[in-house]
Design a protein around this ligand. Structure first.
Ligand code: PLP
Length: 426
């Protein structure tokens, strides 16, 4: 598409947008009497207007039924999580038995590593990207230590090449081949939280399997943002949070994927609790753990229903729209943001200032997020953007991360952002 840096053009795109009615289904924060331009749906997605009703439904059932709400409520809590299998499987490209919603993200990452990082004396290494999201780094470090190994010897980190910003997929694959039969597991953030780079998950999984290692992804920045085919790619395991692109509220529940070839394997080691126990025997309260033959067999605790109600409100919107339309708009939106940043950069006249997009320019290697280094600028620039009503994310020393979201951001948002940025740069 040929873009233009004009309000008229942005409004024309909005007019043609088949998802334009969805913006009104979300609360857009108003600050100082003005709707803000919200570009941090990659940190905390906005609240659907329907969320309150979904939560109130469960509060009402609790008030009316007490404990009986587990079976007599409108959405019986006993099986509340089961309502997610179908819609979530469509979002991540899985079968229904391969997914479950439970706990929070880092908790789930740890639970999955218990099952899929099983080091032996010869095969003990785990490979991840350098500068992974800190929570993931801590999880890997302590998983390694808990097996009595030294993280410096067991963890392989793949960094961008000298002078580059993103990682070559081929460098990951070469490192996997080099590690060979010492490699136990690959665990990568499928979409890098900092650069927005999407990794070639299919090729990485294939390479890992070739050397006999398991392969999994943290999809905190992937679920609801990019096209995922976890089942077809034969990914062994994955997890994600629901509060970023999936708009399910602060600290919302997490989702888990365990491939069909593992999720029925009741012999696979794991941590356990009563909610993973076969439903027929769960309430017999007897000795002997017999896990459910599906991803549900990794559940430990009964479902946090209030948090899940918020998730349900958002997931029903995803299910109504479908990933295909979201992906289509996402590409045009992020392309427009890229164009506007480039256009503004080309008008900068001093030699020591520039805007460098560090997100891959190939749309297949990115989702909603566009990350920009503001060379020659400091936090003042960001503060001024915020002052003018743009909510984006600043990472020291000078990186701005922005993620226009197909469900609620408009092309006008991006044009207005450009206007404000141009003024702020002067
Ligand atoms: C957001 C994010 C997290 C956050 O973990 P929580 O357990 O939800 O607090 C972890 N890992 C990655 C890659 C993230 O992007």
């Amino acid at each position: 598409m040929t873009y233009e840096n004009s309000l008229e053009f942005a409004l024309k795109l909005d007019e043609q947008d088949e998802l334009k009615s969805y913006r009104d289904k979300f609360h857009i924060p108003v600050i100082n009497g003005k709707e803000i331009i919200y570009f941090t749906g990659n940190s905390l997605g906005l609240q659907p207007k329907s969320t309150k009703d979904y939560i109130n439904q469960e509060l009402d059932d609790w008030a009316q039924w007490g404990v009986e709400g587990h079976f007599l409520g409108k959405n019986p809590w006993f099986a509340y999580h089961e309502m997610f299998a179908k819609p979530i499987s469509k979002i991540v490209g899985a079968t229904e038995q391969e997914v479950v919603v439970m706990n929070n993200l880092t908790v789930n990452l740890n639970l999955l590593l218990v099952s899929f990082y099983r080091p032996t004396t010869t095969r003990y290494k785990i490979l991840c990207e350098a500068k992974a999201f800190p929570s993931d780094q801590y999880a890997l470090e302590m998983q390694v230590r808990n097996t009595g190994l030294n993280p410096d010897e067991a963890i392989i980190e793949i960094a961008p090449r000298e002078g580059e910003r993103t990682i070559h997929n081929e460098d990951i694959i070469t490192a996997i081949e080099e590690a060979g039969d010492t490699l136990a597991c690959v665990m990568i953030g499928g979409v890098n939280y900092f650069t927005g780079q999407v990794f070639d998950m299919k090729a990485i999984t294939e390479a890992a399997h070739k050397v006999g290692a398991n392969c999994g992804f943290d999809l905190a920045h992937g679920a609801g943002n990019i096209e995922l085919k976890l089942h077809d790619w034969e990914v062994d395991f994955a997890c994600w949070c629901s509060y970023k692109y999936l708009n399910s509220g602060p600290g919302g529940v997490s989702g888990v994927f365990i491939h069909e070839k593992h999720c029925n394997n009741t012999e696979l080691p794991r941590f356990a609790g009563w909610w993973g126990q076969e439903k027929e025997t769960r309430f017999l309260m007897e000795k002997g753990f017999n896990p459910i033959k599906s991803a549900e067999g990794w559940q430990m605790s009964n479902a946090p229903v209030l948090s899940m109600a918020a998730h349900k409100a958002a997931i029903d919107i995803f299910d109504e729209v479908g990933m295909e339309k979201l992906l289509k708009k996402q590409r045009i939106l992020s392309g427009y943001l890229e164009f506007i940043v480039d256009d503004i950069n080309s008008q900068l006249t001093t030699t020591d200032t520039s805007l460098e997009i560090i997100t891959p320019r190939n749309w297949k290697e990115r989702g909603c997020q566009v990350s920009v280094i503001a060379h020659g600028y400091g936090k003042d620039l960001f503060d001024e953007l915020t002052e003018e009503g743009i909510i984006s994310d600043w990472r020291e020393p000078n990186v701005i991360r922005m993620a226009p979201i197909p469900l609620y951001n408009s092309y006008e948002d991006i044009y207005r952002f450009g206007e404000i940025l141009t003024k702020a740069l002067k």
